[in-house]
Design a protein around this ligand. Structure first.
Ligand code: CMC
Length: 402
């Protein structure tokens, strides 16, 4: 009674107060904890930005080294996990593997669910509780790259690689994926840096579908591993983290620049979607897309140009001038260029959403921590519906049904 369905798709519903990420969709502004994304991309690293997102301030050098050390020391996974990975079919989608792997990981850490252990909920008033929470955060960020690399290698029938010491977060990730047993193998520093910038840009984006899923799941007080698995499942979809994969499939289907007008005509007839364009919040270019475009040029210097680049540029240039897209304020989003970089770096198409999920665990954890430590406690996210189904009716046996 008194309920109205007024906001299908939550276009205008704010469900939480947050101090983490600020977006001005009309001006194309993105800030993490007040710092412009452009400054962070230029000066910071993914792990420093992770600290900023989670704890709210830029770390001192000592705090950063401690944080990096904690995260890296948690990059190992239990040897039993190898059996779990080997249970997937050789052609399983890596995002399905990663989603399952996070849920699986939760089964190892009962202390991550204090309320199930009959203990107090995570609370800022208790140092041990905060320490427990930090440990789960270090573990999830540290193991994310290892789980992703295992999902990558199992599909290629290659042995797993132990996380190496002494490399950066993205360096050890690339090492775990690419290492083929060569002595003194080191990933390319340009690609390591480019991936770090991409990770930083993907680290958070306030209450997108997956972050909302993490919070909704977390609001039942389940452990963070299960909440992160739920976030992965949401990110898997083509309207969200699957869009960078969809962009490449679209570019392959367009084929070459001369086919762009026909493709755009099909989009306008609503037969196709222009993947990598449009955003719920940005009504102008996504600020991350400019940084990614520049990063792409750095990567192409090492890898060579992607053959789809010309088609992408032709599509981009035509769409941003086309009245259909201008009128609807559809501009390039973060996914338009990122897939081209991943492709040039040699990642298979279906691995792209994984490359979105690994850095995004940072944002999910920052929001989860913020919610769990709210002064007034956690309220379960339980929206209402308006029932429009049948009124009461009586059960009918088979022989009397029409
Ligand atoms: N191609 C063609 N038309 C589009 C597109 C598109 N990519 N996006 C929106 N429109 C049209 C839509 O048909 C509608 O037209 P009309 O008013 O005539 O019916 C109008 O633009 C408004 O779109 P909407 O669907 O109401 O917008 P939304 O806020 O519900 O959806 C979106 C946002 C991102 C799901 C959508 O723009 C889309 O599907 N984009 C393509 C997929 C994509 O690139 N996703 C990545 C988003 S950024 C990273 C992330 O969040 O993961």
């Amino acid at each position: 009674k008194g309920l109205r369905v007024s906001d299908k798709g939550f276009l205008n519903t704010a469900v939480i107060q947050s101090q983490i990420t600020y977006i001005d969709g009309d001006a194309g502004v993105l800030r993490y904890r007040g710092y412009p994304i452009e400054q962070l991309a230029q000066h910071s690293t993914h792990l420093e930005t992770a600290y900023l997102l989670i704890y709210g301030t830029l770390p001192s050098e000592k705090q950063l080294r401690l944080f990096e050390g904690e995260v890296m020391s948690h990059s190992f996974v239990h040897a039993d996990a190898e059996h779990f990975f080997r249970s997937f079919r050789y052609d399983a989608h890596p995002m399905a593997i990663l989603t399952s792997a996070f849920a699986y990981l939760g089964s190892y850490y009962s202390e991550a669910n204090p309320s199930l252990q009959g203990q107090k909920l995570f609370t800022a008033r208790d140092k041990a509780s905060l320490g427990n929470m930090d440990r789960q955060i270090f573990r999830i960020i540290g193991k994310a790259t290892t789980l992703a690399a295992m999902a990558y290698r199992i599909r290629q029938g290659r042995e797993f690689v132990t996380p190496p010491a002494g490399l950066s977060y993205t360096g050890q990730f690339l090492y775990q994926m690419d290492h083929l047993g060569q002595k003194d193998y080191k990933p390319s520093p340009v690609l390591e840096k480019a991936l770090d910038v991409l990770f930083l840009l993907h680290a958070d984006h306030e209450l997108n579908a997956s972050c909302t899923t993490v919070l909704q799941t977390g609001s039942s007080l389940v452990d963070p591993y299960s909440a992160i698995a739920a976030g992965c499942a949401s990110l898997y979809g083509p309207l969200h983290g699957g869009a960078n994969e969809a962009v490449i499939r679209m570019l392959i289907s367009v084929g070459s620049p001369e086919n762009v007008p026909a493709f755009l005509a099909a989009v306008k007839r609503r037969e196709k979607v222009l993947s990598g364009f449009g955003h719920r919040v940005y009504k102008t270019s996504d600020p991350r897309s400019f940084i990614i475009r520049k990063t792409a040029d750095e990567v192409f210097k090492v890898t060579g140009k992607d053959e789809l680049l010309e088609t992408a540029m032709a599509l981009h240039d035509a769409a941003i001038k086309d009245e259909y897209f201008v009128k609807r304020r559809l501009a390039p989003n973060v996914d338009f260029w990122s897939g081209l970089i991943y492709r040039a770096m040699g990642f298979p198409l279906d691995f792209f959403p994984v490359l979105f999920a690994v850095p995004r665990v940072v944002g999910w954890l920052a929001h989860w921590r913020q919610m769990m430590l709210q002064e007034d406690g956690v309220k379960i996210w339980r929206p209402r519906q308006i029932y429009v189904g049948s009124s009461k009716r009586d059960y009918v046996p088979f022989d009397q049904r029409p």
